[in-house]
Design a protein around this ligand. Structure first.
Ligand code: SF4
Length: 219
């Protein structure tokens, strides 16, 4: 497995990473419009020695892209952090600000793509270009035992990062996949976006069911 062969790549991209021209142009446009926003590749948020790795899709415009902390400031964060607090993967109070004092417990949150994509839709090449940071994040955290993919893109890029065949591990909500050659179990959930909850694709109970499965694996 390639998991431990990526020491040359930093865990977080440089804040001036220019590897994806479309995303750089988009964030520089926002920088001019909203200089008070973060508008840069969003670093992971972690506790020491996390056993749970949560992978989102990409920063939300008024969420992580504005605040600089994954899932902080938009609806997806409201549901994610509430659920993580309930299941003991976070401590403190989530107030949608990076200075709210919230800390993670036994958990790490990152995104498959670290820069905000237009319409929340990164392209295939952008997902591929940012994948080394996902792999280096995993390699730097050998304590990880459970991986939660929020949505199909996070699921697929993680499998690709590990050089595993997607067809062998199909995405399904509350799916659980033991990954051969690793000590990791991959759990799937529909993304906790406002769109998915508004349309009823994902309910709070469905999201909690996934965390119940994760807690059975890492009590
Ligand atoms: S998405 Fe990732 S690889 Fe692309 S510019 Fe942003 S940090 Fe760099």
């Amino acid at each position: 497995m390639p998991v431990h062969d990526v020491q040359a790549t930093p865990v977080d991209p440089p804040l001036d990473c220019r590897a994806c021209p479309r995303l750089v142009e988009f964030r520089e446009g926002l920088q001019a419009e909203h200089p008070e926003w973060f508008n840069a590749p969003v670093p992971s948020f972690t506790s020491p020695n996390p056993r749970l790795l949560v992978i989102g899709l990409a920063p939300g415009m008024r969420g992580a892209n504005a605040t600089g902390r994954p899932f902080t400031g938009d609806y997806a964060g409201d549901l994610l952090y509430k659920t993580m607090l309930d299941f003991g993967f976070a401590e403190g109070a989530y107030k949608a600000r990076p200075d709210d004092g919230l800390v993670l417990a036994d958990a790490l949150i990152t995104n498959a793509v670290r820069c905000l994509p237009p319409q929340n839709k990164p392209t295939g090449p952008e997902i591929k270009t940012c994948r080394p940071y996902l792999l280096s994040t995993l390699a730097a955290n050998p304590s990880v035992r459970a991986v939660l993919a929020l949505g199909r893109i996070a699921h697929e890029t993680f499998l690709t990062a590990l050089e595993l065949k997607r067809a062998q591990f199909p995405f399904s909500h509350n799916g659980r996949h033991e990954l051969p050659g690793t000590d990791l179990v991959l759990f799937d959930s529909y993304h906790c976006s406002r769109y998915n909850t508004n349309t009823g694709r994902l309910t709070e109970d469905m999201f909690r069911d996934v965390f119940t499965s994760i807690r059975q694996h890492i009590p």
